[in-house]
Structures are given as C-alpha cells and as structure tokens.
Design a protein around this ligand. Structure first.
Ligand code: DP6
Length: 331
C-alpha cells in the first residue's frame, strides 16, 4: 500500500515540471446528490462508495501561486500564521507537489498561496472541495505539469474527497474504486447538462461546523449500526440518480437526492455519540419543503455535513420558491 507521498509521486513522476512566474485557477464548490460518507482507506483518503455531484457555478475558490522569499498562506485577504490549521493543511498539500517536483527543479522558491472563497468557509457548503481543487489546478499550472483531468481528481482527493469532484463542472461521478493503491478512485464529468435544474442555498449558519466531515465519517463508520446498509443504499440511489439525470426526470432526481441525504443524516444520528448537524431552523426548513411538496410544488432538498439546506427545483418555479424562502440564493 502506498503512502500519500508515494501516491503523489506516482502520479507526478510522468510529468516534467518547470516553474511559471504565477498561476491562478478557479474551482467551483459542489453538492453531492448521492453522498460520500465514509472512507475505505484513511491514508489515501479513499471513499467506501461512489458519489455524484453537481457544481455550484461561479461559487467556489480562486487560488494564486507565486514565488516568494518565504512560504505564506493568505485566506480571503488575511495572511495566516503557518501553524494555523488551514495554513498547515495547505502547506502539507503543497509539499506533496513540491517534494516530488524538487528533484527535477533546482533552486525552487518558497511559495505565496492566495486563496479567495466566495462561499462561507466551514459552513457545510464544501469550501474544502473547491479549495483543494483550485489549489491542485493552480499547482499543476505553476509547475507546468499538464496533469489530465483524472490525475487532477486523484491528486485533489488527497486534500479532500469532495475536492476530487470539484475538478470538473456539471454533473460529476466519483468512483470509489477497489485498488488498494487508489489509482482507480477518480472523478469524471458526465456528458449531460440540465439547464432547467436550479439549486437554492439557504444559509442557516455560516459558522464553522463543530465536528469536521473527516471526524464525523470516522465516528459513523466505527459506531453507527445503520452504516451497515449505507453502501447498498448508495448503490440503489446511484442507479436511480443516473436514470433520472439521463431522462431529466426531476421528481426522481429530487426524491432520490433528498432521501439519500436524509438517510446519511440518520446514519450519523445513530452513531455514538450521536452526530447531529441540524439546527432547529434546518428542521423547520425540511418540514416546510415537505409541506410545500404535499401541496403540489415540485421542490426537494439536500444537506451536507452542516446545518445549511440546498433546495433543488426547476427554473419555472423559481419565483414561487423565492417567495417562500426570501433568503435563498439561487445558483
Ligand atoms: C457530507 O470531502 O469534506 O459533503 O474527504 O474527509 O475531506 P474529507 O471529507 P469531505 O466530505 C464531504 C461529505 C459530504 C458529502 C459529499 O460531499 O459527498
């Protein structure tokens, strides 16, 4: 089995680096319609199941990399101390590239890494997904590596599982893979588009979450009796989701996404100690969505590891839904 460093080396070794003066890349945030929750390997950050997401358009992260006298990490305009958790994670990830590339490029400079998120950091709107995807793309450009989409998704996964999907736009399929070395655990874009499909973001809280996805997954896998049936649930939901996207069957897409998300949260609540990401307002929004649906409005929801709710609806219903949820931001 490979270590993270060996994994990175295997992917980067086939590419000849040279350093650019500056590189900037953007990656969108994404929301999973069929969720990733649980790892089959912690070192390489490999998921137990496949997952499927859609990107959040121009909501995401822009990252710039430039040579500097000493390493610096700037997040949303503020330079962070290098022992700050976020900065340490960024530098650790950068080193996966830098240490491999070092052998090929002499006199390598320190780096200034500037990250700008236009989504709330740590609020369950997956800023780690767009963050590591943008960082991966920026490093690829800075070192002129020319990684393929698949290779970018494999590298981004070392930062965060959901980042693997944020390499691409539109609907993205993440393969869990079975290779112990993780080389078949990549993401790829699906060729279909669905312009009528809209996503509404309702921010219940922009505060960082109490329990990270990483810790929450570990606890769920280790202690939740409901986790035993989760991989099968994902497999069933994935078949429905792929059919729904292909047929543009909104009801099937929405109902599958909602039941998949709620099943994931049930699984978490059955963990010891229980893991509950919902706030009272989250519960109120769920009830309201389900009531509106009973009254005939085609409206569904999904929720990641946080209290915020993402609504799924069709363009034709935007006005009605905006009236019901005035604080919603439409993607
Ligand atoms: C609930 O990708 O944040 O959003 O791989 O440990 O960094 P790590 O986890 P992360 O988990 C995302 C969990 C989720 C579901 C999903 O996006 O599929």
């Amino acid at each position: 089995m490979l270590t993270r460093k060996e994994f990175a080396k295997q992917i980067l070794a086939n590419h000849t680096p040279s350093i650019k003066e500056k590189a900037t890349a953007f990656a969108p945030a994404n929301i999973a319609l069929v969720k990733y929750w649980g790892k089959r390997d912690k070192e390489l950050n490999l998921p137990v199941t496949d997952s499927l997401s859609i990107d959040l358009g121009n909501l995401g992260t822009e990252t710039t990399i430039e040579p500097a006298d000493k390493d610096a990490v700037i997040l949303n305009g503020t330079e962070l101390a290098l022992d700050n958790t976020f900065a340490a994670k960024v530098i650790d990830f950068v080193n996966l590239f830098r240490n491999t590339v070092n052998q090929a490029v002499a006199n390598q400079p320190a780096l200034r890494i500037t990250t700008d998120n236009n989504i709330p950091t740590g609020a369950g709107v997956a800023s780690s997904a767009s963050g590591f995807a943008a960082l991966t793309k920026a490093l690829d450009q800075f070192y002129s590596l020319g990684l393929s989409g698949r290779e970018l998704s494999l590298m981004a996964n070392l930062g965060s599982g959901s980042a693997s999907r944020s390499i691409f736009k539109g609907f993205v399929y993440r393969h869990a893979g079975t290779d112990p070395n993780g080389m078949d655990s990549y993401s790829e874009p699906l060729s279909c588009t669905w312009p009528e499909l809209k996503i509404g973001l309702i921010t219940v809280s922009a505060k960082a979450k109490r329990v990270s996805s990483r810790e929450g997954m570990e606890r769920t896998v280790a202690t939740s009796p409901l986790y035993k049936t989760w991989p099968q649930q994902v497999q069933n939901d994935m078949a429905k989701m792929l059919a729904a996207i292909k047929e543009k069957d909104f009801e099937l897409m929405g109902s599958t996404a909602e039941s998949n998300a709620l099943a994931m949260h049930e699984c978490m609540r059955a963990a010891t100690p229980p893991l509950n990401y919902f706030e009272p307002e989250t519960e109120a929004i769920i009830s309201k969505v389900q009531k509106l649906r009973r009254e005939g409005l085609p409206l569904y929801l999904t929720i990641d590891a946080g209290p915020n709710v993402k609504l799924l609806f069709q363009e034709k219903d935007t006005h009605t839904i905006k009236t019901e949820f005035p604080d919603m931001r439409v993607i």
